[in-house]
Ligand binder design. Structure first.
Ligand code: ADP
Ligand code: MG
Length: 393
């Protein structure tokens, strides 16, 4: 569908989303509540997003027939994950469809080597750079590595997520095995940093360059997977806020980005801030916006791709989000549904379940936004619901 790129796309137009996991599903819900119709492309017949969309194209991301059908239907297209082929986004753009974010932006986040290079360039303007690192493409790259990259973390350049595709390398002589364990693919060896805590910034950039930034969230990870996000960040010095938000908005601007962008940061003991990685989409650490902000991150994605003015990012309450992994189904040894009644009994715990077919250890099944008059109250509510679900604090 070929549209004038300056006009807003209004309901009941069709929006397209590549990927129908939990992010796609929450996007569909928000788009539908604004009166849009949604087409999800996802090869999984049990896709949680596909199950709630007006149309689920159950096909691969490079299936020519499905892409043609989607192009004929949708006024604008976005993606829920960075590993969609950038060529697919380029195809839609070539068809005159407004694609947000563009393939060129997504491809930066697809490859840690390219991403780190880009973040290093941004450092000149923002003052915040990535951790010391080196690129590993072959065994020949081992010898020149400086000693101070150890202990480090070897990360595959592509397809890593939730801590997958990463191996800790304590010392140089462990590198060879670690690289083989990762399949001898292109990697980045990153110095392991002494983290005081982690935060993420969620920024949204419109087609006309307008930009808004949500309050920064403080994130706790367990085994490389997000565990909780608390907002406002209890540990972040107020003076670092404008620096981190400014750096994130600069990253979005430098990419010519349109849509929701999450930028993950490490804060070290001496208050140094390091940029970790970017996610070109709504992010797990932004799920708190669904219940705690005037506009959720998913509504913002709809607004950005429909060329509407961006929504108000105001925080209405303190909040602590708890991720629910499939582990909560296996606390007794046999698979059983967690005690939702105990979570639902809590008046300010907002339960979101993703409707995934089968729970698995480490699989993201849902989250709970725990609201509170104070941060302590929100964190307390979070600890209580975690306890009900036998999730370690
Ligand atoms: P993913 O793509 O899986 O999210 P990340 O690079 O964000 O990969 O790593 C996941 C988590 O592992 C981070 O949020 C952080 O807790 C930890 N981590 C990653 N890199 C480093 C590092 N260089 N130093 C210390 N901890 C790290
Ligand atoms: Mg990460």
């Amino acid at each position: 569908m070929n549209l004038n790129h300056q006009q807003a796309i209004l309901p009941p137009a069709w929006l397209g989303i590549l990927g129908g996991g939990q992010l796609g599903r929450m996007f569909v819900h928000e788009a539908q509540s604004l009166g849009y119709k949604v087409c999800v492309l996802d090869p999984d017949p049990l896709s949680p997003g596909g199950a709630v969309a007006e149309k689920h194209l159950c096909a691969n991301y490079d299936d020519v027939i499905a892409l043609k059908e989607m192009a004929a239907l949708c006024a604008t297209i976005s993606t829920e994950f960075e590993n969609v082929p950038a060529k697919t986004l380029d195809y839609f753009e070539g068809q005159g469809i407004f694609v947000a974010p563009r393939g060129a932006c997504v491809s930066i986040a697809q490859d840690r080597i390219v991403e780190k290079q880009f973040l290093k360039q941004c450092q000149e303007l923002s003052g915040i750079g990535p951790a010391p690192h080196a690129v590993i493409r072959s065994e020949g790259d081992f010898a020149p590595l400086p000693d101070d990259l150890f202990p480090g973390i070897l990360k595959t350049a592509r397809l890593g997520y939730d801590g997958k595709g990463q191996v800790t390398v304590h010392q140089r002589n462990e590198l060879d095995k670690a690289w083989r364990d990762l399949g001898c693919v292109d990697c980045v060896l990153e110095k392991r940093m002494p983290l005081a805590f982690e935060v993420s910034a969620l920024v949204v950039r419109g087609h006309d360059g307008q930009s808004v930034a949500y309050p920064i969230s403080e994130n706790v990870h367990r085994n490389g997977i997000l565990h909780t996000s608390t907002v406002p960040s209890p540990s972040l010095q107020a003076s670092l806020l404008p620096k981190i938000i400014g750096a994130s908005q600069l990253i979005a601007k430098e990419m010519g980005y349109v849509g929701v962008l999450c930028v993950e940061y490490f804060v070290l003991d001496d208050h140094t801030v390091i940029v970790n990685e970017i996610a070109p989409r709504p992010h797990n650490s932004g799920h708190y916006t669904m219940d705690a902000c005037v506009t959720s991150q998913f509504e913002q994605q709809v607004r950005a791709m429909a060329r509407l003015p961006l929504g108000d990012v105001r925080l209405l309450t303190n909040v602590s989000m708890l991720n629910i992994l499939g582990d909560a189904w296996f606390t007794s040894g046999v698979m059983q549904e967690p005690p939702w009644n105990q979570v639902l009994d809590h008046p300010s715990a907002k339960l979101h379940l993703y409707g995934k077919a089968s729970p698995k250890l480490g699989r993201k099944m849902g989250h709970i936004n725990c609201l509170g008059h104070t941060i302590e109250e929100a964190k307390q509510a979070c600890a209580e619901v975690a306890n009900h679900l036998a999730i370690a604090p």
